[in-house]
Design a protein around this ligand. Structure first.
Ligand code: MSP
Length: 656
């Protein structure tokens, strides 16, 4: 086929910080992207799938130092680790970029120079509150009583030379772009967040250089400055295609990207900074940025300290890659937050994979062996009363699956495919082949049933291909399907692609083992890692305003009762370093409340303080101490502050 006429599809994952081993969250982004890339290949697209590592910056510099290695040696080792994991998870990327590669650094620095030449970047002064021992800038509101929130020393107001990108210049153009391209950001609610939280209030110019560390690409002609990591990182999507180089054939072929898949924590960078950089380069914008949600593990945020970090390698070794790929995308609607529970995971393997799909395959293979000596009967149209209905169900499933692939709704796709698996199992009950087999005159009907079962399984195998490539292959093998024409997406809904002598294997082998649920849940629990090697980002919070919270109606809000209280007494929790136990006067009653604020406040400084209390929370015991409510506090970047209240509000006043 002539390459030029093929439709192209360029899809990317974020490039990951190589600050440790990758956990299941990173694998989630990559698997989802891989599923999409595989699907588009099956649909005949000329696909380019890019992933890689974001290797510059202070954090990586420190990690390398901790490991006692030069940064480049450290990141190259991490790149090998990442590539091995992606291989293990059957990821089919076409390119793997490292931002420390010469091919990227050179082109990225050229892009920076172009911004400067065009007047989009100017040199100015960055003004902030600086703590010298901590080598960090803080904003006024981050200070604790005017002191450094980390070391409690005095901070100085300092000015430092910095390069700035003129974001303001492009803000209106970006707003117009959003309005003209409602599908630019998916799910749509993320576009509203960006518009309302960042674009409408007005963009600030962005500081795009740093002088506080060395590990990065130097600003051209001003080597005291290092280019800001996000300029470095985002441009990877075009430097990997050779943009601005002598060989920009890939760039011409694949840009603009069809979709950048990202997690919700980095939407702002991809939908505000990145499009503006592209506008400044006079390049078309990506067609879509798709932001997926985060998942918790067994109801809790993954965290090294909690020891609930899930290792994708461990899960794949124990349960097979396909089970992991399936389970990660099965329950959680792509774009929403959700939970990965070990019990639900094991149940999915047992019920969906071993029972529903595995048994269907097994029963079919053994019936074709038993009734037709292993040879799949020829297709003779719809013979039994149920054949037409099954064919119709298959056609509808294919249609729904294709539609939902365009929306990247992986959980819906899988639930539709499993509805077909169930429908096919029901078809066995409806047609009762064991009864048909009793009478010779029913042979044509029995043949039609066997053929429909094989066909349904063949089509299921194709449909699950992007998610579970190994299973697809095993199913083809057991069904004796060797010819390519019967394995393509284009052969869906076709019933006469199988050669006459198609022979199923002699004895079906279960494609998924049945598991003892409790044993496996305990196994996964025991394997959850407190491993210090896991990436830092498991502890990373989403800081963007409102990004985490779904919209609620006033009726939801009024369920929460908030009151002004005053802390009358406060002591350290006897058994937990991080907790304080306070007696809070709520006007007509005094309640004991336990709060996780001991890292930020001494008990004595809280006595007499007015606080906002959630008063209608169910009482709980925290490490043995009764807590009858919750004190509200603001937190960001590991810092915490109680809201200041006007002192004359009487205790017990309602807050709303
Ligand atoms: N280096 C930047 C991206 C630059 S792209 C030009 C970065 N890297 S990261 O390693 O911190 O995160 C990579 C991806 O993993 C993000 O898309 C992030 O959302 C995703 N996840 C990290 N933890 C996750 C979960 N617990 N759940 C789902 N995805 C998660 O940001």
């Amino acid at each position: 086929m002539c390459q030029k006429n093929k439709k192209t599809f360029y899809i990317t994952t974020p490039i990951y910080y190589p600050s440790g081993k990758f956990h299941i969250g990173t694998a989630y982004t990559t698997i989802a992207t891989d599923v999409m890339a595989r699907y588009k290949r099956l649909r005949g697209y000329d696909v380019r799938f890019l992933t890689g590592l974001d290797e510059h910056g202070q954090k990586i510099e420190e990690k390398a130092k901790e490991a006692g290695k030069p940064p480049k040696v450290y990141v190259d080792e991490m790149a090998e680790m990442a590539k091995a994991l992606w291989k293990r998870l059957d990821i089919t990327h076409d390119d793997f970029i490292q931002t420390t590669e010469v091919r990227h650094q050179q082109l990225m620095a050229n892009i920076f120079s172009k911004f400067v030449e065009n007047g989009d970047i100017y040199k100015g002064e960055y003004e902030g509150l600086y703590c010298t021992p901590c080598e960090s800038y803080y904003t006024e509101s981050q200070l604790m009583k005017g002191m450094c929130p980390d070391c409690n020393r005095a901070v100085n107001r300092v000015k430092e030379a910095s390069y700035f990108f003129n974001m303001k210049k492009y803000a209106n153009r970006l707003i117009q772009y959003y309005e003209a391209h409602p599908d630019f950001i998916s799910p749509g609610f993320r576009m509203n967040e960006m518009m309302n939280n960042f674009l409408k209030p007005g963009l600030e110019d962005l500081s795009v250089s740093r002088m506080t560390f060395d590990w990065g690409v130097k600003v051209p002609n001003d080597p005291k400055h290092v280019i800001y990591v996000w300029v470095d990182a985002l441009t990877n999507y075009i430097t990997a295609l050779g943009y601005g180089s002598d060989d920009d054939a890939l760039f011409n072929r694949y840009w603009p990207a069809d979709v950048h898949v990202v997690g919700k924590d980095i939407v702002r960078f991809h939908t505000i900074y990145w499009p503006i950089f592209l506008m400044a380069l006079d390049l078309p914008l990506p067609k879509q940025v798709f932001a997926h949600g985060f998942f918790t593990v067994n109801g809790e945020k993954m965290s090294k300290s909690k020891g609930n970090v899930l290792d994708p390698d461990m899960l794949s070794n124990q349960y097979g890659v396909d089970a992991v790929r399936y389970a990660l995308l099965r329950d959680l609607p792509f774009g929403q937050d959700g939970d990965f529970s070990s019990k639900a995971f094991v149940e999915r393997i047992n019920f969906d994979l071993a029972n529903d799909l595995g048994n269907l395959l097994n029963r079919t293979v053994s019936m074709v062996n038993k009734y037709f000596k292993g040879i799949v009967p020829l297709y003779a149209g719809c013979v039994t009363a149920f054949d037409g209905e099954l064919e119709q169900f298959i056609a509808e499933t294919v249609q729904k699956v294709e539609l939902n692939f365009e929306k990247m709704q992986f959980s819906l796709i899988l639930s539709d495919i499993w509805a077909l698996v169930s429908r096919t199992n029901k078809y066995i009950d409806e047609t009762a082949p064991w009864i048909l087999a009793k009478e010779v005159e029913n042979e044509a009907q029995l043949a039609a049933v066997m053929r429909h079962l094989v066909e349904s399984l063949r089509q299921i195998a194709i449909l699950i291909g992007p998610f579970m490539p190994t299973t697809t292959h095993q199913m083809f093998e057991q069904l004796g399907i060797k010819n390519e024409a019967s394995q393509t997406w284009a052969s869906l809904n076709q019933y006469e692609t199988l050669p006459e002598a198609t022979t199923v294997i002699k004895k079906g082998i279960p494609i998924f083992p049945r598991l003892e649920i409790e044993d496996e849940v305990a196994y996964i629990q025991a394997q959850m890692s407190k491993d210090a090697d896991f990436v830092e980002q498991v502890d990373k919070e989403v800081v963007e305003k409102g990004e985490d919270a779904p919209t609620i109606g006033i009726e939801d809000f009024t369920k929460i009762q908030l009151k002004v209280g005053q802390i009358k007494a406060c002591v350290q929790h006897p058994k937990a370093d991080r907790l304080l136990v306070s007696q809070v006067d709520l006007g007509d009653e005094t309640r004991q409340i336990v709060s996780g604020i001991a890292d930020h406040y001494e008990p004595v400084e809280l006595i007499g303080k007015k606080v906002v209390v959630v008063t209608n929370l169910k009482p709980v015991k925290l490490r043995g101490e009764l807590s009858e409510g919750m004190v509200l506090a603001a937190s960001a970047d590991g810092k915490l502050s109680l809201p200041e209240l006007i002192d004359e509000m009487p205790n017990g006043s309602v807050v709303k």
